[in-house]
Design a protein around this ligand. Structure first.
Ligand code: ADP
Length: 584
């Protein structure tokens, strides 16, 4: 039995003992070493625990911290109390808690390495080894008697067993960690484990060594230093766990920073002796707490927003991908549908022409008139299909160009000749103003330029009720210009730019000319820009006519154009050009 508990004995004869904080009898390092260790370990392990939860190594860490803190508080009591019964009782419990710290550390390490499901036999084995502490704690095997002159408990054989137990735990921890380090797959995991091992050793070895040196030499002053291992260990260990578990490091770091700052300021309490200074430190702590709280809040909100943003971004990326697929499917559909439409339309056109020419016998004027209308409608349909095909090619990036040397003089004249009858039929004056001297050839896809030009002239005729249509071909030193001018319905200034967009028609266009899709200028703009040229419109306003201008450079770099693979129908010279451009 612990007989000293029954005698009232005092270690010194201070009448009014000032135990805590201000007693000059108490070594200055005592509070500092103990409370820093306690506060830092509790704060850090709570922080880590709050992120990791019950089912993580963090719960073992928290357990170790709590037991360690209890041990440290009891240790402070053994230093500052004068009642031998209190000191002795604290000592008894400390010798019980100390092995628990080591056992807890082993399980912390095991759960860190293997997850919480480590083998049950390990738990059982350690429990069996811990049994003597439970049984023998309240006996002389633990504390034999109390030496009142030294004011120290005299330890029994259980303490020897305690150190042996601690060494076993330490060896076990080292064994587990080293074998994991040796078998680690990647270097980052290995580095992690090495840091972990060093942290554990720093704490346990210093703690064990400091306590054992007290037990064996009777000089307990080393014990203070043994406790510093704890905050160091907790510090980088918490970081490792959080990092390993990939939690929000930024937030955690801020919390750690604020916590360490507060601990540092609070530690001043153990040194300052005057009232003014205590107040000052108190005020500083309050300010630091407020600042820290705000900072953590900001970082928390920030990281929350970042997380929300990344979720939204992901959703956006997915939605975008879906849209892209849908768009591709749409282009694909248009392309297929247009191809299928083109063939019968061409057949219709051919047969109507044959009927009109009289290949199937004489046709009366009434039928001829009707067939002419069918022919025109069919032409519009063909144009629409062509435009849709062009759009689907442009938008899916499948537009191919057959580059040749193009004679613009010839091209513009050809367009003029193609439309002159139609213009005259409508009662319009139609003029081609040739350039004073021949315009030099340019490298371009002739059929695309023809398409653009036809569209401009066709529009001019379509949107002009009476008056004149003029076509000009001009050249500067660097560019060729084709200008189509009409005296038609004109365009409002605010509509000019928009007309080059897809499906866009002028506000009143429907009234003048119901037929139209609003695709021609969009396709034209795309084709001209692929040739590194420009196309734009000018108009003084409604009823004031319009001018459409196409500008093409003589020397453009077309190396970015996707070339048509079918170059066999090109002249040898053109093929050379294509070849050169493709190589470029
Ligand atoms: P569409 O002629 O089939 O409607 P376009 O893309 O060729 O499609 O033209 C787009 C619009 O630009 C026309 O609907 C019309 O409002 C306007 N536009 C084009 N050319 C002229 C012109 N010469 N005069 C007045 N408006 C024009």
């Amino acid at each position: 039995m612990l007989t000293f508990l029954f005698f009232g004995m005092y270690c010194n004869d201070l009448a009014a003992p000032e135990y805590f904080l201000f007693s000059s009898e108490v070594p200055a390092l005592l509070y500092y070493s103990h409370f820093i260790a306690v506060i830092s370990s509790l704060v850090m392990s709570f922080l880590v625990f709050s992120r990791g939860g019950y089912r993580s190594p963090a719960s073992w860490l928290l357990g170790v911290s709590v037991v360690f803190s209890a041990w440290a508080v009891l240790d402070v009591i053994t230093w500052v109390h004068i009642d031998a019964r209190v000191i002795g009782l604290a000592w008894v419990f400390m010798n019980f808690l100390e092995p628990l710290i080591f056992a807890g550390m082993l399980f912390f390490v095991l759960s860190y390495l293997k997850g919480t499901h480590f083998r049950k036999w390990k738990l059982l084995a350690v429990s069996v080894l811990l049994l003597p502490f439970f049984v023998l704690m309240p006996t002389e095997f633990n504390i034999t008697y109390f030496d009142i002159t030294l004011c120290e408990a005299v330890e029994g054989p259980l303490v020897m067993y305690m150190y042996a137990f601690e060494v076993i735990m330490l060896a076990w921890i080292i064994f587990e960690l080293v074998s994991y380090i040796l078998h680690a797959h990647d270097s980052s995991r290995r580095r992690q484990l090495i840091v972990f091992l060093v942290g554990v050793l720093l704490f346990l070895v210093t703690f064990l060594a400091a306590n054992a040196s007290g037990s064996f030499t009777g000089d307990w002053n080393w014990q203070f230093y043994g406790l510093f291992g704890m905050p160091v260990f907790i510090g980088f260990l918490s970081y490792l766990i959080v990092r390993y578990k990939a939690f929000d490091i930024k937030l955690f770091e801020t919390q750690v920073l604020v916590a360490s700052l507060l601990i540092l300021i609070a530690s001043q309490f153990f040194f300052v002796r005057t009232f003014e200074n205590i107040v000052l430190v108190g005020v500083t702590i309050v300010i630091a707490m407020f600042g820290g709280y705000t900072l953590i809040g900001t970082v928390q909100r920030d990281s929350q927003r970042t997380a929300e943003l990344s979720i939204l971004t992901n959703q956006l990326i997915k939605a975008n991908e879906r849209l892209k697929k849908l768009d591709e499917a749409k282009s694909e559909f248009i392309s297929i549908a247009s191809h299928q439409l083109r063939t019968p339309l061409t057949a219709v056109k051919g047969f109507i022409s044959l009927v009109l020419e009289g290949s199937y016998g004489e046709v009366g004027p009434g039928v001829k008139n009707a067939l002419n209308k069918v022919y025109l409608s069919n032409e519009r349909l063909i144009q629409l299909v062509e435009d849709l095909l062009s759009i689907s090619r442009i938008e899916s990036g499948r537009m191919r160009y057959k580059l040749t040397e193009v004679d613009l003089n010839h091209l513009v004249r050809e367009a003029y000749e193609l439309f002159v009858i139609r213009a005259r039929d409508k009662g319009l004056r139609f003029l081609y103003h040739q350039p004073n001297q021949l315009v030099q050839r340019i490298i371009a896809d002739e059929s695309k330029l023809r398409e653009v030009l036809s569209n401009l002239v066709d529009n001019a005729i379509k949107y002009t009720e009476s008056g004149t249509i003029d076509i000009y071909l001009e050249a500067t030193s660097t560019h060729a210009r084709i200008i189509v001018r009409d005296t038609g319905i004109g365009i409002d200034a605010d509509e000019i730019q928009g007309l080059f967009s897809k499906f866009r028609r002028g506000k009143d266009t429907e009234r003048f000319h119901a037929n139209g899709t609003g695709l021609g200028l969009y396709v034209a703009k795309n084709l001209i820009e692929s040739h590194k040229g420009r196309i734009w419109a000018q108009s003084e306003g409604r009823e004031k006519g319009s001018v459409f201008i196409v500008e093409l450079p003589f020397y453009a770099d077309h190396s970015d154009l996707a070339l048509d693979a079918t170059t066999q129908d090109l002249s040898p010279e053109d093929r050379k050009i294509n070849h050169l451009l493709q190589k470029h």
